[in-house]
Design a protein around this ligand. Structure first.
Ligand code: GTP
Ligand code: MG
Length: 157
């Protein structure tokens, strides 16, 4: 089963959007398998965003992400990496469709309130980086029979 790393950034926490962001993933039918609040260090954030090192906005990005606590989550479900980014909207909120999280709640690219893994591979690396020690929780949900056409125990979805 696919998993993705979703994070409410410091501005999302400050603006009281944690519940709203969780609600959108929950009501879509995705399953929450890890959650914690953390004030990430500069070193940790530089590792998380290492692919962007060298970009002009990198120092500002690290400062923004280090400015307060974030809510770190792992969500699970069919195609959740791609679908998670659909729920978030485009990187630049001005290009995000209404109905997406960024399109409904943000304006500036440097204050876009949430993060989602961009591939299954980066999801694995990000889950290991943020939840390495704690891991994720495996549990079954009776409601899955009403969300997935095929939901027999142990079946791929
Ligand atoms: P994340 O889900 O946060 O990883 O966003 P993304 O995958 O849509 O974009 P990307 O990984 O390329 O950039 C990571 C983050 O850096 C973005 O979410 C923005 O917060 C920030 N960022 C990206 N491009 C710009 C930019 O041109 N200017 C500024 N100020 N910030 C940027
Ligand atoms: Mg990214």
């Amino acid at each position: 089963t696919e998993q993705t790393y979703i994070m409410v950034k410091p501005d999302g926490v400050q603006r009281g959007l944690v519940g709203e962001i969780i609600k959108r993933f929950e009501t879509r039918g995705f399953q929450l398998v890890a959650l914690k609040m953390v004030h990430a260090s500069v070193e940790h954030l530089e590792e998380h965003y290492k692919d962007l090192k060298g970009k002009g906005f990198f120092p500002g990005l690290i400062k923004y992400m280090n400015s307060g606590p974030v809510v770190a989550m792992v969500w699970q479900g069919k195609d959740v990496v791609k679908q998670g980014r659909v729920l978030l909207g485009a990187t630049n909120p001005l290009a995000s469709a209404p109905g997406t999280i960024r399109g409904d709640f943000a304006i500036d690219v440097g204050r876009n309130i949430c993060h989602g893994s961009d591939s299954v591979e980066s999801a694995k690396a990000e889950i290991a980086l943020w939840f390495g020690q704690d891991g994720t929780i495996s549990y079954s949900r009776a409601v899955d029979a009403w969300i997935y056409e095929v939901s027999l125990a142990g079946q791929e979805r």
